[in-house]
Design a protein around this ligand. Structure first.
Ligand code: NDP
Ligand SMILES: O=C(O)C1=N[C@H](C(=O)O)C[C@H](O)C1
Length: 250
């Protein structure tokens, strides 16, 4: 059976990528292509919608998809645990609501990098994240950094928060789940994340570099094919990859 996909943000870089993948896949077909001037009603009736827009628009799009009973993959960044908690509430309160799948990063390497960081987190007292993105990115810290910090804080459990000395000083970054996150916005690159863990006499760095948007392709296809058959609200592609992490419940 063909999955009919509504792409919200279809004129953007990620939206264009998603549309090309949908057109090339035998089991997917475009249902609607929305931009900032479109009515969200255009996504009603799709088998799945994918939101690739702007942090300021994403909330309304997800709320609309829940109300319209359309499963939605959310690739747009800027989602915090608190905002996702609001979506969980809305989802619970909507009879027949379909799946909401937040994907902070569609790249498999990035998902693995975050998983490795979570695995390492209980073994180090200091953890900081440095993320770098292209100069056009409007939100910071990146959704990937937020997700990584949250996974690491979860993984530490009773080990408690990491040491983050002088975190009140601006140059020490923004605390996310107790982890200082530093954001660089530079011409000349797409995305890179470095998680640095410090312990007794050693540091461990876990670095992921996005060299091309093609790194997002496998994850976009996996999310689009999975969302219609899922239930509830899920966070992270890791939940679809069976990595054995406490993912998907945030
Ligand atoms: N999860 C992941 O792996 C990745 C996520 N991202 C995230 O995806 C999002 C999109 O990135 P990118 O494609 O580079 O951005 P672009 O700026 O290239 O495209 C943005 C798209 O969103 C649309 N848009 C803007 N405002 C609204 C609105 N109010 N309502 C509906 N549509 C709107 C634009 O339409 P118009 O042309 O009419 O302005 C355009 O189609 C960002 O949040 C980015 O951080 C990016 C890469 C990977
Ligand atoms: O805006 C981007 O480009 C990206 N945004 C996502 C994020 O905020 O983590 C994913 C990826 O890093 C690219």
């Amino acid at each position: 059976m063909t999955i009919r996909v509504a792409v919200v943000g279809a004129t953007g870089k990620m939206g264009q990528l998603a549309l090309r993948l949908i057109e090339e896949a035998d089991d997917l077909e475009p249902f609607a292509a929305l931009d900032s001037r479109s009515s969200l009603d255009e996504l009603d009736g799709a088998d799945v919608a994918i939101d690739l827009t702007h942090p300021g628009a994403s909330g309304e799009i997800v709320a609309h998809a829940i109300a319209a009973r359309v499963p939605v993959v959310v690739g747009t960044s800027g989602w915090s645990v608190d905002r996702i908690a609001d979506i969980r509430r809305r989802h619970r309160e909507t009879d027949g609501a379909r799946a909401v799948l937040f994907v902070p990063n569609f790249s498999i390497g990035s998902v693995l990098g975050s998983a490795f960081a979570a695995m390492a987190a209980p073994f180090f007292e200091s953890i900081e994240i440095v993320e770098a993105h292209h100069a056009g990115k409007v939100d910071s810290p990146s959704g990937t950094a937020v997700r990584t910090a949250e996974l690491m804080a979860d993984a530490r459990g009773t080990d408690g928060p990491v040491a983050a000395p002088h975190a009140d000083q601006r140059a020490r970054g923004q605390l996310v789940a107790g982890v200082p996150v530093h954001s660089l916005r530079l011409s000349g690159l797409l995305a890179e994340q470095r998680v640095v863990l410090g312990g007794d006499g050693e540091t461990l760095s876990i670095v992921h570099t996005t060299i091309s948007p093609s790194s997002y392709e496998a994850g976009i296809l996996l999310a689009l094919r999975s969302a219609p058959g899922r239930e509830g609200v899920t966070v992270g592609l890791d939940a679809l990859l069976d990595l054995g992490l406490p993912a998907g419940e945030r």
